[in-house]
Design a protein around this ligand. Structure first.
Ligand code: HEC
Ligand code: HEC
Ligand code: HEC
Ligand code: HEC
Ligand code: HEC
Ligand code: HEC
Length: 266
């Protein structure tokens, strides 16, 4: 009996070890290094730039998620949840779509602006910035981070706490783009079994997720609305599916096991 139990625990430990290794291999790889806090969540977009002799675009999530909800961009404006998936063009932006929904000189800087002295200022570099040194960005990540509650992983910022304490105020509505609608009620927190002896279960908070993601970022594409409708494992999450559609890319990474496996075992 004891031996059987020990064997099982050993098996579980080995599995956990395997998964941790797999996670590191998948995230950082032998060649890939762990991203620096300011790089975490940066997306390189290069469907058309290099072909047209422009530097690829670097889209930083940190500055954007500090101001707007994920839902506003990924549902109302319609950005894909995959690097390059939207196939944005400069003409789209000029027509007020995608980046141009905000980067039009009102919500954020436009590609070309007129300075106080009446000179034309080109802001191309601030978006088309891939691997270029010395661009005069207006927003500095490490300055911003100083005023934020610290997190251990990813951007090194505890984004939930930052929102909770009112240090970031998330805009969820863009005039001319969003439609006013009634908020749906958040379902109660749910417990998801880790289905593994010794591995703490997961407590999933709808409230905490809905602040950023609304409902539509997860339902019905990633998760069905009936509990247990979709079956998935930790490996699927490491592969970027289900919880991994956001965690490890923009939300805190999968290497933070305790970020999700929070329920005390005993
Ligand atoms: C707010 C961000 C932003 C600014 C500012 C910006 N661009 Fe772009 N631009 C993009 C994005 C995003 C793409 C799509 C990138 C891709 O897929 O390669 C793009 C694509 C392009 C392309 C590729 C061909 C095409 O027609 O789509 C060219 C050329 C281009 N931009 C020129 C410029 C020039 C010149 C400026 C400055 C006057 C500028 N951009 C300013 C975001 C920006
Ligand atoms: C200001 C708009 C904006 C906000 C806010 C925003 N995103 Fe994004 N997100 C984008 C854009 C743009 C892309 C790149 C799409 C493309 O290349 O076609 C992207 C891509 C992604 C990707 C795929 C990245 C990859 O490497 O494949 C994920 C995952 C993602 N976002 C999750 C989130 C989450 C979670 C939040 C909220 C915490 C969020 N986003 C907030 C605009 C935004
Ligand atoms: C929902 C509105 C919104 C959308 C959509 C949006 N941005 Fe922004 N972006 C902002 C705001 C607001 C800022 C901060 C502006 C400031 O500090 O002047 C910003 C800042 C930036 C910065 C930092 C520049 C600096 O000098 O610090 C970059 C780079 C950038 N955006 C690129 C993009 C690209 C590329 C896209 C499209 C793929 C995009 N943004 C889409 C609102 C948006
Ligand atoms: C970050 C992703 C995410 C967001 C955002 C989200 N949900 Fe869910 N939802 C889930 C997951 C995961 C489950 C559990 C699915 C399972 O067990 O198969 C779930 C389950 C549900 C269920 C079934 C609950 C039960 O106990 O049977 C309902 C109803 C639901 N969600 C409604 C909503 C509504 C309404 C919103 C917006 C206020 C929302 N969800 C936002 C991920 C999300
Ligand atoms: C649509 C994107 C998305 C999906 C899918 C998603 N999350 Fe999250 N999650 C977030 C964001 C954004 C936060 C805020 C913190 C951050 O960005 O690091 C968060 C925070 C959390 C937190 C911290 C909440 C707390 O109580 O402190 C937990 C735990 C969590 N997610 C678990 C999960 C689990 C488990 C799943 C899958 C069942 C999941 N998430 C799916 C985007 C997502
Ligand atoms: C973003 C949230 C999240 C993070 C971070 C996370 N897990 Fe999980 N994990 C889950 C969910 C949800 C399940 C339940 C899947 C299911 O329904 O079977 C799970 C299940 C598991 C299981 C059960 C067996 C299996 O394969 O499904 C193990 C073991 C596990 N996780 C280990 C880990 C380890 C080790 C880490 C850190 C390297 C980790 N997890 C990080 C959400 C997470």
């Amino acid at each position: 009996m004891r031996i059987v139990t020990k064997g099982y625990i050993l098996g579980a430990c080995l599995l956990v070890f395997f998964l941790v290794t797999a996670a590191y291999a998948a995230t950082y790889g032998a060649k890939k290094r762990r991203p620096k806090p300011h790089e975490y969540g940066a997306v390189v977009i290069n469907n058309f730039s290099a072909k047209n002799r422009m530097r690829p675009v670097v889209f930083p999530h940190w500055i954007h998620r500090a101001k707007h909800t994920c839902r506003l961009c990924h549902v109302d404006i319609g950005f894909a949840m995959r690097a390059g998936g939207t196939e944005i063009t400069e003409d789209d932006n000029k027509a007020g779509l995608y980046c141009g929904a905000c980067h039009n000189g009102t919500v954020a800087f436009a590609p070309k602006e007129t300075s106080a002295k009446g000179e034309t200022v080109e802001n191309c570099d601030r978006c088309h910035s891939y691997r270029k040194e010395g661009i005069p960005f207006k927003n500095d990540f490490y300055e911003f981070k100083k005023g934020m509650p610290q997190g251990r992983f990813g951007n090194g910022i505890d984004w939930l706490k930052a929102e909770d304490e009112g240090r970031v105020k998330l805009v969820d509505y863009l005039e001319g783009v969003s439609i006013r609608r009634q908020k749906l009620k958040n379902p109660e927190d749910i417990e998801i079994s880790a289905k593994e002896t010794g591995m703490p279960d997961i407590i999933f908070s709808h409230r905490k997720h809905a602040i950023w993601n609304g409902c539509e970022l997860c339902h019905p594409e990633i998760f069905g609305v009936n509990r247990g409708e979709v079956k998935y494992t930790m490996q699927d999450i490491f592969d970027g599916k289900f919880c991994g559609a956001c965690h490890d890319i923009v939300a805190f990474p999968n290497s933070d096991c305790q970020g999700c496996h929070t329920k005390p075992v005993f």
